[in-house]
Ligand binder design. Structure first.
Ligand SMILES: [Zn+2]
Length: 242
């Protein structure tokens, strides 16, 4: 299902200022095409790389992240976090009301108590690999609430604006920003070295992407510092709204 993996090679911790300030402008790389009425998802490779960072964060018993399995334990955890924007460069995908039993995707939704809304189970998959391709950190499947957040095509029409009626319009992107709960890979204790971050969307193949011209997988190379080295401590509130 994943065609060529999109490899954005970059040393992320040395991302230049222009990369951080850059407005997302990848629409030209993924022009909308006639995909027989089906969506075609891909990940914005520029935002993925430009927003990537490593932070430490404290987790305590009872935190949602332990319940959801996005961190491996309590205490200070080291997180490699990033933005995932799923661009739909095919036609509109209407997923609809997750609570409607007649919805064909009904069984793939579950109610996320910490978030207070329904998530699409297993939509995306986050992994950290060693350079030889073997698994370095297990990562997790990140649950999504699909909606229109960022416009990629000038004439795109925004239709899906809440988790209670989900979908991604043609030319829109569904944005999971790094301040969101779970929008990371737990790399606590990982030895210093170079690794590959891999994000796959539509990971379980729930949605038919037709011709699937654009890759469902994005990769970037990252340098992980010595675990004893200090990184930014992030104690801002985690966002659960998406
Ligand atoms: Zn949520």
């Amino acid at each position: 299902m994943n065609r060529t993996a999109w490899t954005a090679m970059a040393v992320l911790l040395l991302a230049p200022a222009w990369a951080l300030a850059q407005r997302t402008s990848v629409s030209g790389d993924f022009p909308i095409y006639d995909n027989g009425g089906k969506p075609d998802f891909t990940v914005d490779p520029k935002r993925f790389v430009s927003q990537m960072e490593i932070v430490d964060r404290l987790f305590e018993t009872g935190d949602c992240e332990l319940e959801e399995g996005t961190v491996g334990g309590t205490g200070y955890r080291r997180l490699l976090r990033f933005d995932t924007v799923i661009i739909n460069a095919g036609q509109d995908l209407s997923v609809g009301d997750p609570t409607d039993p007649a919805n064909p995707y009904h069984d793939n939704f579950f109610f996320a108590a910490c978030h207070g809304h329904y998530h699409n189970e297993g939509f995306s998959d986050y992994k950290l690999l060693k350079l030889d391709g073997s698994l370095a950190a297990p990562g997790h499947k990140q649950a999504f609430c699909l909606e229109d957040n960022l416009r990629y095509a000038n004439d795109a029409k925004r239709q899906f604006v809440s988790c209670s009626f989900q979908g991604v319009s043609s030319g829109y992107g569904d944005w999971y920003y790094k301040q969101l709960s779970g929008q990371w890979i737990d790399i606590t204790g990982l030895p210093e070295g170079d690794y590959i971050v891999r994000v796959t969307v539509n990971a379980i193949g729930l949605f038919d992407e037709g011709e699937n011209r654009y890759p469902d997988t994005v990769e970037a190379r990252v340098h992980v510092p010595d675990p004893r080295k200090k990184v930014t401590l992030d104690d801002t509130p985690l966002l659960q709204e998406k």
